[in-house]
Design a binder for this molecule. Sequence first.
Ligand code: ZN
Ligand code: ZN
Length: 251
Amino acid sequence: MINQILQSPRVARVYESIVNAVFPRSCVGCGLSRKSGGDYLCGLCRDDLFVIDDPLCNTCGIPADIDYDYPAEGFECGWCRKGGFRFNRARSLGLYDSVLKELIHFYKYRNQPGAINEIEPFLRDYFGTCREEYQGYSVASVPLHVKKLKERGFDQSFVLAHKIAEILDLPLLVRPLKRIRETFPQARKNRAERFQNVRGAFEVVDTEAVFDRNILLVDDVFTTGSTVNEVARVLKQAKAGRVQVFTLARA
Ligand SMILES: [Zn+2]
Ligand SMILES: [Zn+2]
């Protein structure tokens, strides 16, 4: 009986439309229909996800230009040598200019938090090799402004932080920070303008939660680092210990 219902073309169409509403039908990386792979990526695009590897800046994690930088152990990029950032270290899973970009787009703007599950195996691989570095840390995310949260319906960085806390078996700080000012879109701004734009945009609301604590600060994309830098600044002002940044992608 049930089988007959499921085989009915009408039911099948309804079922397919539900599945397609939840999961895109084609691969978000190459646009071809996915016959293998996960819910969002085909097998080929999944293999293509570029994970950042050495040599990179020991502080901010930007991949080194091997012809220009002559990276040695403990290499730092020019910006970090000048002491440009307030966080202690930053790392990213992969480069933004890859299939990650499409995946993050789906995750962030098309209201599909499930896309994060596609990235989870990569996160598990990544943190599997550096678990000890985060021992004793607590996980926090870069907060969204409440207006954005209402528009989007979910806080993409918090969902990511939640996943990472679970993978690393670390405590998750639930909203120790607040975004107190809306910021203009960063996309068309240069580096100096971006740093200026986010200045004073965040506030620590739970000082006890961050006091004397090492924080693993999570966000989706690191472009100039202005946003995580500003959050690190207010965390340090509230007497947090070390602040290590992790983002999904590095632009
Ligand atoms: Zn694909
Ligand atoms: Zn650097």
